[in-house]
Design a protein around this ligand. Sequence first.
Ligand SMILES: [Zn+2]
Length: 181
Amino acid sequence: MHSDLAYPENVIPPLRFQFCPICTARLTREVIFEDNIPRIKCPACGWIQLSSNAVAVVVVARNEQGIAAIIPPSEAGVGLPAGLVEYGEDPAESAVREVFEETGLEVKMVDCLGWIFINRISWPGPLVQIMYEAEIIGGQVKGSNEGEAKIIPLSEFPTISPSRTGSQKAMQAYLAKVGVG
Ligand SMILES: [Zn+2]
Protein backbone atom coordinates (compact mmCIF):
# COMPACT_ATOMS: atom_id res chain seq x y z
CA MET A 1 0.00 0.00 0.00
CA HIS A 2 1.16 3.51 -0.81
CA SER A 3 0.55 6.31 1.60
CA ASP A 4 -0.58 9.69 0.32
CA LEU A 5 2.03 12.33 -0.48
CA ALA A 6 2.06 14.88 2.32
CA TYR A 7 2.11 18.57 1.45
CA PRO A 8 3.18 21.66 3.42
CA GLU A 9 0.36 23.51 5.18
CA ASN A 10 0.32 26.41 2.71
CA VAL A 11 -0.35 24.18 -0.29
CA ILE A 12 -4.07 24.61 -0.88
CA PRO A 13 -6.13 21.39 -1.20
CA PRO A 14 -6.74 21.66 -5.00
CA LEU A 15 -2.96 21.57 -5.53
CA ARG A 16 -2.32 18.49 -3.39
CA PHE A 17 -2.02 16.15 -6.35
CA GLN A 18 -1.55 12.47 -5.61
CA PHE A 19 -1.76 11.24 -9.21
CA CYS A 20 -0.28 12.69 -12.39
CA PRO A 21 -2.78 15.03 -14.15
CA ILE A 22 -1.31 13.96 -17.51
CA CYS A 23 -0.93 10.17 -17.27
CA THR A 24 -2.57 9.27 -13.89
CA ALA A 25 0.52 7.49 -12.47
CA ARG A 26 1.12 7.84 -8.72
CA LEU A 27 3.34 10.87 -8.03
CA THR A 28 6.58 10.96 -6.05
CA ARG A 29 8.58 13.70 -4.35
CA GLU A 30 12.25 14.09 -5.17
CA VAL A 31 14.99 16.64 -5.66
CA ILE A 32 15.11 17.37 -9.40
CA PHE A 33 17.08 20.60 -9.82
CA GLU A 34 20.29 21.93 -8.28
CA ASP A 35 18.25 23.99 -5.81
CA ASN A 36 17.84 20.90 -3.58
CA ILE A 37 14.09 21.54 -3.22
CA PRO A 38 12.08 18.30 -3.20
CA ARG A 39 9.37 18.57 -5.85
CA ILE A 40 6.38 16.54 -6.88
CA LYS A 41 7.12 14.55 -10.02
CA CYS A 42 5.58 11.86 -12.16
CA PRO A 43 8.00 8.93 -12.50
CA ALA A 44 6.12 7.71 -15.60
CA CYS A 45 5.89 10.76 -17.88
CA GLY A 46 8.21 13.27 -16.19
CA TRP A 47 5.54 15.87 -15.34
CA ILE A 48 6.75 18.20 -12.57
CA GLN A 49 4.48 20.25 -10.36
CA LEU A 50 5.65 23.88 -10.42
CA SER A 51 2.94 25.85 -8.67
CA SER A 52 3.15 29.63 -8.67
CA ASN A 53 1.94 32.18 -6.20
CA ALA A 54 -1.38 33.69 -7.22
CA VAL A 55 -1.18 37.25 -8.56
CA ALA A 56 -3.83 39.83 -7.77
CA VAL A 57 -4.34 43.56 -8.20
CA VAL A 58 -5.95 46.27 -6.08
CA VAL A 59 -6.66 49.75 -7.41
CA VAL A 60 -6.97 53.25 -5.96
CA ALA A 61 -9.17 54.66 -8.75
CA ARG A 62 -9.72 58.40 -8.31
CA ASN A 63 -11.01 61.59 -9.88
CA GLU A 64 -11.86 65.08 -8.54
CA GLN A 65 -14.88 63.65 -6.69
CA GLY A 66 -12.95 61.06 -4.74
CA ILE A 67 -11.94 57.42 -4.73
CA ALA A 68 -13.93 54.46 -6.04
CA ALA A 69 -15.08 52.16 -3.24
CA ILE A 70 -17.02 48.95 -3.25
CA ILE A 71 -19.39 48.35 -0.37
CA PRO A 72 -19.58 44.62 0.38
CA PRO A 73 -22.90 43.97 2.16
CA SER A 74 -21.57 41.63 4.84
CA GLU A 75 -18.29 43.33 5.83
CA ALA A 76 -17.47 45.92 8.47
CA GLY A 77 -16.01 48.39 6.01
CA VAL A 78 -15.49 49.17 2.35
CA GLY A 79 -13.00 47.84 -0.17
CA LEU A 80 -11.15 49.01 -3.24
CA PRO A 81 -11.66 47.31 -6.62
CA ALA A 82 -9.48 44.22 -6.67
CA GLY A 83 -9.21 40.78 -8.16
CA LEU A 84 -7.07 37.97 -9.49
CA VAL A 85 -4.91 38.38 -12.57
CA GLU A 86 -5.89 35.85 -15.22
CA TYR A 87 -3.30 33.44 -16.63
CA GLY A 88 -1.34 35.29 -19.31
CA GLU A 89 -2.86 38.67 -18.45
CA ASP A 90 -0.76 41.82 -17.87
CA PRO A 91 -1.48 42.95 -14.27
CA ALA A 92 -2.00 46.57 -15.38
CA GLU A 93 -4.69 45.41 -17.83
CA SER A 94 -6.19 43.25 -15.10
CA ALA A 95 -6.43 46.36 -12.90
CA VAL A 96 -8.35 48.28 -15.58
CA ARG A 97 -10.65 45.28 -16.12
CA GLU A 98 -11.36 44.74 -12.41
CA VAL A 99 -12.24 48.40 -11.84
CA PHE A 100 -14.68 48.25 -14.74
CA GLU A 101 -16.22 44.94 -13.63
CA GLU A 102 -16.69 46.02 -10.02
CA THR A 103 -17.57 49.72 -10.42
CA GLY A 104 -18.56 50.35 -14.06
CA LEU A 105 -15.81 52.99 -14.27
CA GLU A 106 -13.22 53.34 -17.00
CA VAL A 107 -9.73 54.14 -15.78
CA LYS A 108 -6.28 54.76 -17.08
CA MET A 109 -3.19 53.69 -15.18
CA VAL A 110 -1.27 56.41 -13.36
CA ASP A 111 1.23 54.64 -11.14
CA CYS A 112 2.22 51.38 -9.52
CA LEU A 113 2.14 51.82 -5.73
CA GLY A 114 4.17 48.70 -5.01
CA TRP A 115 3.14 45.21 -4.05
CA ILE A 116 2.48 43.07 -1.00
CA PHE A 117 2.88 39.36 -0.33
CA ILE A 118 0.20 37.52 1.63
CA ASN A 119 1.12 33.96 2.61
CA ARG A 120 -2.45 32.66 2.61
CA ILE A 121 -3.25 29.05 3.30
CA SER A 122 -6.78 29.35 1.93
CA TRP A 123 -7.83 29.76 -1.71
CA PRO A 124 -6.18 31.03 -3.92
CA GLY A 125 -3.03 30.30 -1.87
CA PRO A 126 0.04 32.51 -1.38
CA LEU A 127 -0.66 35.79 -3.10
CA VAL A 128 1.34 38.63 -4.62
CA GLN A 129 -0.96 41.66 -4.82
CA ILE A 130 0.13 44.58 -6.99
CA MET A 131 -1.22 47.98 -5.97
CA TYR A 132 -2.11 50.59 -8.59
CA GLU A 133 -3.24 54.18 -8.76
CA ALA A 134 -5.57 54.91 -11.67
CA GLU A 135 -7.50 57.91 -12.90
CA ILE A 136 -11.23 57.62 -13.60
CA ILE A 137 -11.80 58.82 -17.15
CA GLY A 138 -15.32 57.62 -17.90
CA GLY A 139 -18.04 55.08 -17.34
CA GLN A 140 -20.98 55.12 -14.96
CA VAL A 141 -20.90 53.97 -11.35
CA LYS A 142 -22.52 50.58 -11.14
CA GLY A 143 -22.19 47.85 -8.50
CA SER A 144 -21.50 44.17 -9.04
CA ASN A 145 -21.93 40.95 -7.11
CA GLU A 146 -19.15 42.32 -4.87
CA GLY A 147 -21.57 45.00 -3.67
CA GLU A 148 -22.60 48.56 -4.42
CA ALA A 149 -19.97 50.90 -5.89
CA LYS A 150 -19.51 54.56 -5.03
CA ILE A 151 -17.04 57.41 -5.50
CA ILE A 152 -16.32 58.80 -2.02
CA PRO A 153 -14.33 61.94 -1.20
CA LEU A 154 -10.99 61.15 0.41
CA SER A 155 -11.87 63.23 3.50
CA GLU A 156 -15.00 61.10 4.07
CA PHE A 157 -13.58 57.76 3.05
CA PRO A 158 -14.92 55.06 5.43
CA THR A 159 -12.94 52.40 7.26
CA ILE A 160 -11.64 49.69 4.97
CA SER A 161 -12.86 46.18 5.77
CA PRO A 162 -10.41 44.42 8.14
CA SER A 163 -10.35 41.36 5.87
CA ARG A 164 -9.15 43.44 2.88
CA THR A 165 -5.42 43.69 3.52
CA GLY A 166 -4.67 44.67 -0.07
CA SER A 167 -7.16 47.54 0.00
CA GLN A 168 -5.74 48.79 3.31
CA LYS A 169 -2.15 48.68 2.06
CA ALA A 170 -3.00 50.29 -1.26
CA MET A 171 -4.78 53.16 0.48
CA GLN A 172 -1.82 53.62 2.85
CA ALA A 173 0.59 53.68 -0.08
CA TYR A 174 -1.59 56.20 -1.92
CA LEU A 175 -1.91 58.47 1.14
CA ALA A 176 1.85 58.33 1.71
CA LYS A 177 2.38 59.28 -1.92
CA VAL A 178 0.07 62.28 -1.86
CA GLY A 179 1.28 63.33 1.58
CA VAL A 180 -1.88 62.67 3.63
CA GLY A 181 -2.26 60.61 6.82
ZN1 LIG B 1 2.61 11.35 -15.68
